[in-house]
Design a protein around this ligand. Structure first.
Ligand code: PLP
Length: 391
């Protein structure tokens, strides 16, 4: 077992998103009746005769706790197959192995710095060209399509500028030209957006973020409904072996159960923070997909249930002021990462996106990124207002 084939929510006939989050892949354990899938630490599984086993042989190839989580998350993404990885970047690396040498990756021109680093610094020197493209410009994408393109890779909303791209439109352009589309759904989560239902070939996650949701596990996830892609992706999942531990799978599985309620609160709190920022004199620009003038607002409104818990903004007073504000909050913790219950603040240019300096993906140096948590909104607003007053 490696790729975990699952039925999509619709096929399973289960009612809704949270019902699947809590039950898909998680039937009570048959021997004891345990309601929660056990953390199966066994690395190997007894066989009755050679090759005659109960579905598991060796835990790199497949593990019961991992299978439970793979079925759960794939079901939420409305995907037939799900594969768990040791980190988001391990998941990304596994996907890039689908390319044959000489095939190009078109990368949206705003993306996580580590994704940029993997594509441009690890894969490009091995003979896999790449280009950064503004994917809000669909005519430009059509007109300047490099003929060697094998894959379009996009985040929506992007990290850290929160630009949104029209998944259906990009899929249609890419598929007409024979390329596959990978959507990094880390920021939206399957609760807010399901790229497979919009035609994307593959969804990838840093499960470290909203899926885990509590800043206590590093993980990655890949989902697809394409039989051929699933076969190749699961072959490499096993052959290269970047799989998560059973305990890590358990933590993601547990986090995902509350994804819907957490996301509703993240979105609500993000709106309270945006309301403060849009009216604040020190703020130059607020980046949040719900704002009507936000790049890709229409795409976001069309394809997302709500606009997410991430908020970015730039300061009129520039880089040094941004550094000071990032260090001046007390409830928002100054730290990398995002998507957990606690609020975080960071300076992307000097932290998460430092590897993109000098590249087409470089971010403004007066930019601050917030991962708005699920604390009480008024405390978050007061904390941020006090930090802005220090400028
Ligand atoms: N994709 C996005 C959008 C991210 O923000 C990150 C990490 O911040 C990753 C992928 C990489 O995931 P990981 O840190 O779990 O390897």
């Amino acid at each position: 077992m490696g790729d975990t084939e699952t039925e999509t929510g619709a096929e399973r006939g289960l009612a809704g998103f949270s019902t699947r989050a809590i039950h898909a892949g998680q039937d009570p354990e048959p021997t004891t009746g345990a309601v929660i899938p056990p953390i199966s630490l066994s690395t190997t599984f007894a066989q009755d005769g050679v090759g005659n086993h109960k579905g598991f042989e060796y835990s790199r190839s497949g593990n019961p706790t991992r299978t439970a989580m793979e079925i759960q998350v794939a079901s939420l993404e409305e995907a037939r197959y799900g594969m768990a990885f040791a980190s988001g970047l391990a998941a990304e690396d596994n996907i890039l192995r689908l390319l044959t040498q000489g095939q190009r990756v078109i990368l949206g021109n705003d993306a996580y710095g580590g994704t940029f680093r993997l594509i441009s610094k690890v894969w490009a020197p091995l003979g896999f060209p790449w280009s950064a493209v503004d994917l809000t410009d669909l005519d430009g994408l059509r007109d300047n399509w490099p003929s060697d393109t094998g894959m379009v890779w996009l985040e929506t909303p992007t990290n850290p500028l929160l630009t949104c791209f029209d998944i259906e439109a990009i899929v249609s352009i890419a598929h007409e030209r024979g390329a596959i589309v990978v959507v990094d759904n880390t920021f939206a989560t399957p609760y807010l957006q399901q790229p497979i239902t919009l035609g994307a070939d593959i969804v990838v996650h840093s499960a470290t973020k909203y899926l885990g949701g509590h800043s206590d596990v590093v993980g990655g996830f890949v989902a697809t409904s394409d039989d051929g892609l699933a076969e190749r992706l699961s072959f490499t999942q096993n052959a290269a072996g970047a799989v998560p531990s059973p305990f890590d799978c358990y933590l993601v599985l547990r986090g995902v159960k509350t994804l819907a309620v957490r996301m509703d609160r993240h979105c609500e709190n993000a709106r309270a923070v945006v309301d403060l920022l849009v009216d604040h004199d020190a703020v130059e620009r607020v980046l949040y997909p719900q704002l009507p003038d936000h790049p890709g607002h229409e795409a976001a409104a069309k394809q997302m249930r709500d606009f997410g818990g991430m908020v970015s903004f730039t300061l009129r007073a520039g880089r040094d002021a941004a550094m000071r504000v990032a260090a001046a909050t007390s409830i928002f913790t100054l730290a990398e990462s995002l998507g957990a219950v606690e609020s975080l603040i960071e300076h992307p240019g000097a932290m998460t996106h430092m590897s993109a300096a000098g590249s087409p993906l470089e971010v403004p140096d007066n930019l601050i990124r917030l991962s708005v948590g699920i604390e009480d909104a008024h405390d978050l607003v007061d904390d941020l207002a006090a930090a802005l007053d220090t400028i």
